[in-house]
Design a protein around this ligand. Structure first.
Ligand code: C2O
Ligand code: CU
Ligand code: CU
Length: 489
């Protein structure tokens, strides 16, 4: 087995006896037929450490997180997903600009994969960068039980760093005996901040320690795969430089306020020059929520420095991806108001014209989707008065239709009291303004984090034909109505 093909995949991979076999098999298969196989199935994971009870999870190839998929920019990939769960599933390739039929939205872009069946996803990633994949069926439960993994699309030319690290962060709500707590889709989670957990893992382990060497330059790929948890990361004793956001290279810059802000589904690639003291440990702290700061991970310096006595001074700018530039002068403009949720005290906020959406759209959908009880199929949120709930369905009619190749500016207005990471499928967009002020680098993203009452303008070229979801990536919010469909015809 070529160790380079595993790269930054976690060491844990090799400690899990049974799944190592699967992994080796999948790497072989890939080497032979350039085909990747992912099997979604129940599994056990040692999230809390080897001396604590294991957690029953749902996993790809038996691993938490799923295996990191290493694809090449501009080269076709074929990924066969096998469903060994007791319910339907699909996989969405978050941030990768794939053809609509490969987007993994059940009902809308493909029939869901039934238990025991497989589906072959085929696409050629146009952009190099850090992306991720996750279930898009029964999303709240399937993502919450572990069905996610990273996608690394390599640049055509190697980037000048000493090492490439991947940290996929997951958030779990566990009971005392280490099992995943029941009660997905409760009304309080749905109407408020979503299902924020009580255990946070990096690459499937709590309190992860990353061994590093003084003098090396690291590219750190961060993926927030949580259902709802927003993170703001501080790197004690280090000065990270942001070089890419949501897989799209940016002007290298220090994170705003010294913290890397990552809402659910968002990614950041950082370059870190490791100039700490040999033998010392440095904490990475998440202090997004007031009074709930905790150590996410830490760097553990080895006693020996690297061969270099100072970190590389090679330029940090990554090559641009082939994204079409929106023409703001001719762009068509639309407003999307995010509405609903609970106010303080637990009362549902008024949602203006939302009733029509509930009666019309919801009736058919709730019957058709066969979901379980709880708040999951209730309309708690809306966009422009209309609630599309669940994961996707054939009945979802587009709220806007764009001619192919049109430049589009959307003004997203968060009229709620809650944060929302808003994600668009099939396209990356520039974030032009926030609350009337130009954003520093008009950053390309596929997910924009909106604070309560934020107004954000985004722009993109509608160049990818099909029906595409635009939704909040707090899974409880998506399932309960903070979603719409945009059509590119
Ligand atoms: Cu990563 Cu529709 O989602
Ligand atoms: Cu997506
Ligand atoms: Cu939300």
């Amino acid at each position: 087995m070529d160790p380079r093909s595993i790269g930054a995949m976690s060491r844990r991979t090799f400690l899990i006896g049974a799944s190592t076999v699967t992994l080796v098999a999948s790497l072989r298969a890939r080497a032979d037929a350039s085909e990747i196989r992912l099997a979604a199935a129940p599994a056990k994971a040692s999230l809390l450490g080897s001396n604590r009870p294991q957690t029953g999870v749902w996993a790809y190839n038996g691993e938490i997180p799923g295996p990191a998929l290493r694809l090449r920019q501009g080269e076709p990939a074929r990924i066969v997903v096998e469903n060994r769960l007791a319910e339907e599933t699909t996989v969405h390739w978050h941030g990768v600009r794939v053809p609509n039929a490969m987007d993994g939205v059940p009902g809308l872009t493909q029939p869901p994969i039934k238990p025991g069946e497989s589906f072959a996803y085929e696409f050629t990633p146009p952009d190099a960068g850090t992306f991720w994949y996750h279930s898009h069926a029964d999303s709240l439960v399937q993502l919450g039980r572990g069905l996610s993994g990273a996608i690394i699309v390599k640049e055509r030319e190697p980037v000048a760093v000493d090492r490439d690290l991947l940290w996929l962060v997951s958030d779990w709500r566990l009971t005392e005996d280490g099992e995943i707590a029941a009660g997905f889709g409760g009304m309080m989670d749905a109407g408020m901040s979503g299902r924020v957990g009580n255990v946070v893992t990096v690459n499937g382990a709590v309190a992860m320690e990353a061994p590093v060497r003084a003098g090396e330059r690291i590219r750190l790929r961060l993926v927030n795969a949580a259902l709802a948890r927003i993170m703001a990361l501080r790197f004690d004793g280090h000065s990270p430089v942001v070089v890419s956001l949501d897989g799209q290279p940016c002007e290298p810059h220090a994170p705003e306020g010294g913290r890397v802000l990552l809402g659910p589904a968002m990614r950041a690639d950082l370059v870190l020059d490791m100039h700490g003291d040999p033998g010392r440990r440095y904490d990475v702290i998440d202090d997004f929520y007031d009074g709930l700061s905790y150590r996410l991970a830490r760097f553990a310096y080895g006693e020996k420095p690297s061969s270099r006595d100072h970190a590389s001074d090679a330029p940090l700018v990554l090559p641009r991806n082939p994204l079409p530039e929106p023409d703001l002068a001719t762009a068509e403009r639309h407003d999307l108001a995010l509405q609903g949720g609970m106010m303080g005290g637990g009362a549902l906020a008024g949602m203006g014209g939302m009733k029509g959406g509930m009666n019309g759209m919801m009736g058919g959908m709730m019957g058709g989707m066969g979901m379980m009880g709880g708040a999951r199929n209730a309309a708690v949120w809306a966009i422009n008065g209309q609630s599309m709930t669940g994961d996707g369905a054939a009945e979802m009619k587009p709220s806007l239709t764009f001619g192919r190749g049109r430049s589009v500016v959307l003004t997203l207005r968060n009229q709620t009291a809650w944060w929302h990471p808003m994600h668009l499928h099939g396209h990356s967009f520039r974030v032009l303004t926030r609350n009337g002020a130009a954003t520093p680098h008009r950053q390309w993203r596929d997910t924009v984090l909106m604070a309560p009452k934020d107004v954000v303008e985004i722009a993109f070229v509608a160049d990818n034909p099909g029906d595409w979801m635009l939704h909040c990536h707090v899974m409880d919010h998506q399932m309960t109505g903070l979603m719409t469909v945009l059509r590119v015809s």
